[in-house]
Design a binder for this molecule. Structure first.
Ligand SMILES: [Zn+2]
Length: 122
């Protein structure tokens, strides 16, 4: 009995088969610019509750709570942040590579049609 690489007989060239689907590619989430959060990072001052914007890196280094900031003798702690809905906090989203190609093609085609209509093609 010959092997067909584990595929059902005759199905290895079926474009709908799961093994013929392109692997999804991960791209930076457009909604949060890859940070994984729905808002700009900010820190809260111990005692006053005053808020100040910080960089993402600085935010990561801050104590996670006021209690932790007090324990560490620090003046600022990081505010809790909402995770981005689009990427669920990972900062990256999976897209079908065919979608990327299709989008580019459709845009170009639409533009050509627009100019055809506008200038009559002659
Ligand atoms: Zn996101």
């Amino acid at each position: 009995m010959s092997s067909c690489g584990g595929y059902p007989l005759g199905a290895e060239h079926d474009p709908r088969a799961p093994w013929n689907q392109p692997d999804p590619v991960e791209v930076e989430c457009p909604d949060c610019a890859g940070t994984g959060y729905a808002e700009e990072p900010f820190a809260v001052e111990v005692g006053t509750g005053r808020e100040t914007p910080v960089t993402h890196i600085a935010w990561m280094c801050l104590p996670a709570s006021e209690a932790e900031a007090l324990a560490r003798g620090q003046r600022w702690f990081r505010a809790s942040r909402e995770e981005c809905d689009t990427c669920g906090g990972s900062g990256r989203v999976e897209v079908d590579p065919r979608d990327i190609e299709d989008d580019g093609f459709d845009e170009l085609a639409a533009e050509e049609k627009y100019y055809e209509r506008k200038y009559g093609g002659n």
